[in-house]
Design a binder for this molecule. Structure first.
Ligand SMILES: Nc1nc2c(c(=O)[nH]1)N[C@H]1C(S)=C(S)[C@@H](COP(=O)(O)OP(=O)(O)OC[C@H]3O[C@@H](n4cnc5c(=O)[nH]c(N)nc54)[C@H](O)[C@@H]3O)O[C@H]1N2
Ligand SMILES: Nc1nc2c(c(=O)[nH]1)N[C@H]1C(S)=C(S)[C@@H](COP(=O)(O)OP(=O)(O)OC[C@H]3O[C@@H](n4cnc5c(=O)[nH]c(N)nc54)[C@H](O)[C@@H]3O)O[C@H]1N2
Ligand SMILES: [Mo]
Length: 769
């Protein structure tokens, strides 16, 4: 037996700031010519001008590829050559960079040495180019052949005592085809241990929407935005994270719609917009977006919505039912009387104070909502990542149901998804819970019995690995270590595994903090051509509004020895089963149309005799859109009672939300600036209210450590520069993933188990420098 080496790995990388930090005024608009400049700068620098331009012209076009950044949908008629945004361009540049790392690089640099680099520096090293192994007795990755890599995985999977000692994580960039094969392999092995990034993301939305409307997805289509009367945007920063959404909002405004933003921050993209897709947008004035900005306290959205509901209820009574849609309530919902009775116990003054919102703005909002019924509510992580994340969303759904704003044009729910195919992955079977219908179809079409025991989600996976109950951890994309909460605890968990496998495009910290043995399997990105058996393949993705499209790469993969995700997964499965299994793994890995046929039959439930999906360009069924609530109690949409959040802050504690800068995609750091918030060359910054700074004796640019204490365990994040910012008193913001060391892994949303990344109770400690 070879001897395991003790590797001295830095879990977080450097926790220091640079000397070059520059703080300017936050911007008052998003987009405009700086966006165009940045888009071109990133693509040209990473890819070269010719390839870069070619890529941007193909992005989100009908015959092109789906942008690998966010999940915002494409219009029915994409603007020729201009259906991309600044951050889509950055995502393309990041994937298609000409920088790359191979075996020589890893021979020169040990994992210990690399772990001292920042996440930004690691990513900058470029694309992974060949399969690599970190042997148990080594501190350096070395080349391994694809076949030997598959054999290594198969042999470790054969050693485990039960299939439940294996865990299969999925990040949301994978195609439907890859995700489907991956989920089927986990089940064929015998486990439902399929944590995925949605556990940390929109799981609360899925749970809340399933409970209230009978479907875990949103109900609107892109076109619904254009003639909506009111669009509410709560806990979402579209200017940075879903920039193409601003074009839809611009259209809505032009048609007379009103926009209400609910956010502790006045994000530039919610204030106003210069459409970078139009020449007018480069040169002219910005279009104002939010008509009303409700600057709510962190995690006090329930207090705010309750206040609005209470005021609307009173207006409704005074006007003999002129505010709520009573016909709709009667026909399609249950729980109205209970809600009305429950609202009585709340005191308006108290709700107002708790929400932190200006009273006159609450009045304006109430007056607006009273008159309108074509209402869309959009949200993202600002609502989902709290202990009461599920309740937050249910409370907003109450508002829509009372206004009859579901299942009709220009109205409904819009959870704005994160990763470009996170919703598709779920639709094709990436979930840790058991779906009996799916299992029956697997047996009918694939000829094996899928496991019937619920698997681990993200939180449970971390715990299982930490306790030594899981031995093999396979990741289809993502950067689990940095994405998950409680970085140090999660690192210990991962390091307990016998084997960790990363199927990835770019170098990240999850390649350095590993199991005893580790594999890197480099894969094609979405922008690259995928040939199997001499035939060009395409893949499919599902956007945030439930529409499936196809995506075909255009770049010739220039780096070493890459394989496609479906091929890699099929080969792992085929090797594990020794080519002897009821599923034709090998054939599936080289013919994606065959995978799509099985997706239709098994995951989508399209019958043999029914019209087939043809794999692309169609909407999936959506019962909320059709006002069919037959899968809910008494066949009705559920109006729910939700409690106010209790924070119990100690006297020295403040509430911290962990958010994204403009120059990152989740754990991938594209650059060190956050242009819209006026921060340059630094990420270790803490946005604070000036009164809080004063009461803590802090000046601008003072250095602090941030501390959290849950269950008497102290967690610490070091060296942040304090920046005065327009944020309500008692609230603070800092960037993720640097602050994940503060989030206790065992504190999460009730029922969805989404970590509390947006409401962490912390104290700060001034550092004398
Ligand atoms: N360029 C880029 N695009 C991305 C991503 C990226 O990292 N970069 N990530 C993708 C992914 S996976 C996701 S999930 C989405 C994330 O998209 P967002 O959810 O927009 O991302 P966050 O930066 O987490 O921003 C959360 C917003 O919620 C607000 N907020 C925080 N707490 C509260 C609260 O208690 N109440 C209210 N009302 N607001 C609150 C914050 O001020 C912030 O504006 O974006 C996707 N798109
Ligand atoms: N504190 C805090 N924590 C959070 C959040 C927060 O707001 N605050 N947000 C949470 C959310 S919403 C999410 S979605 C998660 C994100 O969690 P993940 O999805 O796990 O993380 P990413 O940073 O998106 O993963 C980036 C890596 O994916 C790989 N990759 C990129 N493209 C491809 C591809 O096409 N194929 C393959 N195989 N690999 C690819 C690259 O190697 C890259 O380094 O983080 C969560 N964590
Ligand atoms: Mo996400």
């Amino acid at each position: 037996m070879s001897k395991a080496v003790k590797r001295n790995i830095s879990i977080t990388g450097p926790q220091t700031f640079s000397e070059n930090v520059e703080i300017k005024e936050p911007m008052a608009y998003a987009g405009g010519s700086p966006s165009v400049q940045q888009a071109l700068r990133h693509t040209f620098k990473e890819m070269g001008a010719v390839k870069g331009l070619k890529g941007l012209l193909k992005m989100n076009q009908k015959n092109g590829f789906d942008c690998p950044s966010c999940a915002w949908p494409d219009p029915e008629k994409p603007k020729p050559g201009a259906e991309y945004c600044e951050n889509g361009a950055k995502a393309l540049a990041d994937e298609a960079t000409t920088e790359n790392v191979g075996a020589d690089f890893f021979k020169k640099h040990s994992v210990e040495e690399l772990s001292l680099l920042s996440d930004y520096e690691l990513n900058k090293h470029g694309r992974l180019t060949e399969p690599l192994v970190l042997n148990v007795e080594s501190k350096h990755y070395e080349t391994i052949s694809w076949d030997n890599a598959y054999q290594l995985i198969a042999s470790e999977l054969r050693k485990i005592n039960s299939p439940d000692e294996a865990i299969f994580y999925t990040s949301g960039r994978s195609s439907n085809e890859a995700a489907f094969l991956y989920g089927m392999f986990a089940r064929a092995l015998g486990t439902n241990n399929m944590p995925d990034c949605s556990n940390m993301c929109h799981e609360s939305s899925g749970v809340a929407l399933s409970e209230t409307l009978g479907i875990g997805k949103g109900s609107v289509k892109l076109e619904d935005f254009y003639d909506a009367e009111v669009v509410i945007i709560a806990g979402q920063n579209p200017g940075t994270n879903h920039p193409r959404m601003l074009s839809a909002l611009e259209k809505c405004k032009k048609n007379g719609g009103k926009i209400i933003s609910i956010n502790p921050l006045k994000e530039a993209g919610l204030v106003s917009f210069k459409n970078p897709q139009k020449v007018k947008g480069w040169l002219g004035n910005a279009v104002a977006l939010a008509d009303i900005h409700l600057q709510v306290n962190i995690n006090q959205d329930i207090a705010l919505v309750k206040l609005l509901l209470k005021k609307l209820l009173r207006l409704d009574e005074e006007s003999n039912g002129g505010v709520f849609d009573h016909r709709f309530i009667e026909q399609y919902t249950e729980g109205y009387q209970k809600l009305a009775a429950d609202l009585e116990q709340y005191d308006e003054e108290q709700l107002l104070e708790q929400s932190g919102v200006d009273e006159s703005l609450v009045k304006t909002t109430t007056a607006l909502l009273a008159k309108k019924s074509k209402i869309i509510i959009c949200w993202a992580m600002g609502l989902t990542q709290h202990k009461n994340g599920v309740e937050n969303i249910r409370e907003f759904v109450n508002l829509l149901l009372l206004k009859g704003a579901i299942g009709k044009p220009n109205a409904g729910t819009c959870p704005v998804r994160g990763h470009s195919n996170v919703q598709g992955d779920r639709s094709v079977g990436i979930h840790h819970y058991v779906n009996n219908t799916l299992n029956e179809k697997i047996e009918a079409h694939f000829g094996f019995k899928a496991p019937t025991k619920q698997g681990y989600d993200t939180v449970e996976s971390i715990h299982a690995m930490h306790e030594g109950n899981a031995k093999v951890f396979i990741c289809l994309g993502g950067n689990f270590l940095m994405a998950a909460s409680d970085t140090e605890y999660t690192a210990e968990a991962i390091q307990n595994c016998e084997l960790t496998v990363q199927i990835s495009t770019k170098l990240n910290r999850s390649h350095l903090v590993t199991g005893k043995t580790a594999l890197i399997l480099p894969t094609l990105g979405r922008s690259e051509k995928d040939q199997q058996n001499g035939k060009e393949q395409f893949i499919t993705t599902e956007n945030s509004m439930g529409k499936v499209r196809w995506s075909k790469g255009f770049l010739k993969p220039t780096y070493g020895n890459l394989k496609s995700e479906p091929e890699i997964i099929a080969e792992i499965a085929n090797t594990y089963f020794n080519g002897n299994h009821s599923v034709p793994w090998e054939k599936l890995g080289s013919d994606y149309s065959m995978i799509r046929e099985y997706i239709d039959k098994i995951a989508k439930g399209f019958d043999e005799t029914e019209k087939r999906s043809k794999g692309t360009g169609y909407y999936l069924p959506n019962n909320a859109r059709e006002l069919d609530f037959s899968n809910l109690p008494n066949g009705k949409a559920q109006i729910t009672i939700n409690q106010l959040p209790e924070h119990d802050l100690k006297s020295d504690e403040l509430m911290l939300m962990t958010i994204r800068s403009h120059d990152q995609f989740n754990t991938t750091i594209y650059g060190m600036d956050d242009r819209y918030r006026g921060v340059y060359n630094e990420r270790r910054v803490l946005f604070m209210n000036e009164m809080d700074m004063k009461s803590k004796g802090l000046d601008k640019m003072d250095v602090v450590h941030i501390r959290s204490n849950y269950d008497n365990i102290e967690r610490k994040a070091f060296n942040f520069l304090v920046i005065p910012y327009d944020i309500p008193k008692g609230n603070m913001a800092a960037y993720y993933p640097e602050t994940n060391v503060l989030v206790p892994y065992n504190h999460f949303a009730d029922r969805s188990q989404t970590p509390i990344s947006k409401s962490i109770k912390v104290s700060i400690e001034k550092v004398e420098v």
